[in-house]
Design a protein. Structure first.
Length: 65
């Protein structure tokens, strides 16, 4: 939806060259980026809490259990 709003040239001008719908599109892109980073952080945290490792088994140090 944000990408579609960025393509619209309609609506009142917020600043020179940026329409109201484009401004809303940029705001939605920022919100989507924050949401994606939060989801990524939560997945990484849950992954660490389960005791799993991001490394492949053959990349681990031989002493690691």
């Amino acid at each position: 939806m944000a990408v579609l709003m960025l393509g619209l040239r309609r609506g009142p001008e917020v600043t020179t060259g940026v329409a109201l719908y484009q401004f809303f599109g940029y705001c939605l892109l920022v919100i989507a980026a924050i949401f994606a980073l939060e989801c990524w952080r939560r997945l990484a945290t849950e992954h660490d809490l389960r005791g799993a490792s991001w490394e492949r088994a053959d990349d681990r140090h031989p002493d690691a259990s």
